[in-house]
Design a protein around this ligand. Structure first.
Ligand code: NOJ
Length: 537
């Protein structure tokens, strides 16, 4: 492999001392599914606290906890009835404080979800809005409108919900309210000053308790186009990149940036904290606008997660993402999986088998962890967990019902973490029945089974995170690209680390250098096998 003429100029930028989050590895804990301390079959805060030693050993820098607030759990916590408390299912505020204290003692940061776009329909404000008359101040916190048609019997516009079906639900007095997600998740009206004021109270509540930052749910969603005009393409999918797509009046509306400036102002009063936005937009440039210097610190970058198993697709994703984020001075983030998408081990198995999917997942992890910026690891990535095909009767995601059983939803990537033992639920809970069933056949995937095995995916992650943390080869921003055989990619960090991926079907020569780590066995003849990544110095 040799140096290509398009080597990144940003590689030569001088280094300054950076805040912790610019290079951090975050670990996403899907709270329901991580560890159950009280035997009710659902993960909880005390369970996470018991596993902090494991996370420390794994070598991540920060946790992102999915919502644990009081909630009817229609969308498993993303329907928040009280954003300033803990649902008894997950524990209480004392459990949360103890978790933060213990995490900090291990030098682990704790970030939590903020859900500013909507509340639960059981939130007292929405209950009051339903009880109040049309035009009342109570209704003005949400998006209530009269219907269309001669008797107002049709929804106010043609928007549909991300979970399927119309984005409007009618109430008995004839008005309709907007919900971009489930009907039990009414959208807030961000033009009403009471709404940002309440979010600020929530942020301060948790910042004062010591959280290190927030993941902002649907961070492209709070502002809606003025007048709520019809969509010209009501079939469009919010999560599919579509540079030609034109404006979607539901998302990425200019005024949403005012919300992020407000969030930033609150955060700036607390040193060393971070915000990361969940932002599904159609181009990298649109994404970069959310992390301009007075807005969010980080934005989830879903380009790698959306790329097929293809070296060129990976390289394009990396080059474009770095350029977009460089243009606003923000670090790039890298995500392979989360609680809303099929796990990458299973995505990479499509058209192949699960063994191949696992090999590719390991290779992708070494690409992800070699890149400059921030990495997000979803719980179980470090075990190469696949998605689970759950039986119909086990499905819990509202998507299943709202789509009229057309879409199975996201439960397959949310199955309880396998910790130990031979049988479900593999040490996750003492309950035989867990909120989602763990499958048979995972005995080899448990933490216990992988911990002492030097060839396991868990050992690969531990070593990779250790090197990323300690080795000077990972220093500096930007990348230098090398051209190489078809189906391969190779880049060098300014600190000297060379990362080479062979995503082709044939072995290729290993680039020169000392091998630091490889995602799988290397050829005896000095070759890098198919679906393998190697780190060299
Ligand atoms: C994005 C979250 O990641 C997803 O799980 C949730 O259903 C929606 N936002 C609605 O809050």
């Amino acid at each position: 492999m040799h140096r290509s003429p398009d080597s990144s100029a940003s590689a030569s930028r001088s280094e300054v001392r950076q805040p912790w989050w610019r290079t951090a590895v975050f670990y996403q804990v899907y709270v329901r599914s991580f560890a159950d301390s009280d035997g009710d079959g659902v993960g909880d805060l005390a369970g996470i606290r018991e596993k902090l030693g494991y996370l420390h050993l794994l070598g991540v820098d920060a946790l992102w906890l999915t919502p644990f607030y009081p909630s009817p759990m229609v969308d498993h916590g993303y329907d928040v009835a009280d954003p300033r408390d803990v649902d008894p299912l997950f524990g209480n505020l004392a459990d949360f404080d103890a978790l933060v204290t213990d995490a900090h003692a291990l030098d682990l940061k704790v970030t939590i979800d903020l859900v500013p776009n909507h509340t639960s329909d059981r939130h007292p404000d929405f209950v009051a809005a339903l009880a109040a008359a049309p035009g009342s101040p109570e209704r003005a916190k949400y998006v209530f409108r009269d219907g269309r048609g001669p008797d107002g019997g049709e929804p106010p516009n043609n928007w549909h919900s991300i979970f399927g079906g119309p984005a409007w639900t009618g109430v008995p007095d004839g008005q309709w309210y907007l919900h971009l997600f489930a009907a039990e998740q009414p959208d807030l009206d961000w033009t009403n000053p009471a709404v940002p004021a309440d979010l600020e109270t929530t942020m301060r509540f948790w910042l004062d308790r010591g959280v290190d930052g927030f993941r902002i749910d649907v961070a492209h969603g709070m502002a809606k186009a003025a007048g709520l005009p019809d969509m010209d393409r009501p079939d469009r999918k919010n999560t599919v990149p579509d540079p030609e797509g034109g404006q979607d009046p539901r998302f990425d509306v200019e005024e949403v940036h005012g919300v992020h400036r407000l969030i930033r102002r609150v955060l700036d009063a607390y040193p060393d904290r971070v915000t990361v936005g969940e932002i599904w937009v159609h181009t990298d440039d649109r994404l970069a606008r959310y992390v301009r210097p007075d807005e969010l610190n980080l934005a989830f970058n879903f380009r790698l997660l959306q790329a097929d198993w293809d070296a060129e697709a990976f390289r394009d994703a990396i080059v474009d993402s770095l350029a977009a984020m460089d243009s606003v001075g923000a670090p790039t983030t890298w995500v392979l999986s989360n609680h809303d998408v099929v796990r990458h081990t299973s995505r990479y198995s499509r058209g192949a088998d699960e063994r191949t999917g696992r090999r590719r997942a390991r290779a992708a992890a070494l690409v992800q962890l070699a890149l400059p910026g921030v990495a997000f690891v979803y719980y179980g990535d470090e075990l190469a967990l696949p998605n689970v095909e759950l039986p119909d009767e086990a499905l819990q995601d509202p998507v299943w019902e709202r789509s009229g059983h057309q879409q199975r939803g996201r439960d397959g990537e949310r199955v309880p973490m396998p910790w130990s033992g031979e049988k479900p639920p593999y040490g996750f809970s003492t309950a035989a029945k867990t909120w989602l069933p763990a499958p048979d056949g995972w005995a080899d995937l448990t933490v216990e089974a992988q911990l002492e095995d030097p060839h396991s995916t868990l050992s690969l992650y531990r070593r990779a995170l250790e090197l990323r943390h300690d080795h000077p080869g990972f220093g500096g921003p930007g990348l230098e690209w090398f051209t190489g055989p078809e189906g391969c990619l190779a880049f060098r960090r300014p600190g000297g680390l060379l990362c080479a991926l062979n995503a082709s079907t044939e072995p290729v020569p290993i680039p020169p250098g000392k091998i630091l780590l490889a995602s799988g066995p290397l050829g005896d003849d000095g070759t890098l096998p198919s679906d393998t990544t190697v780190w060299l110095i």
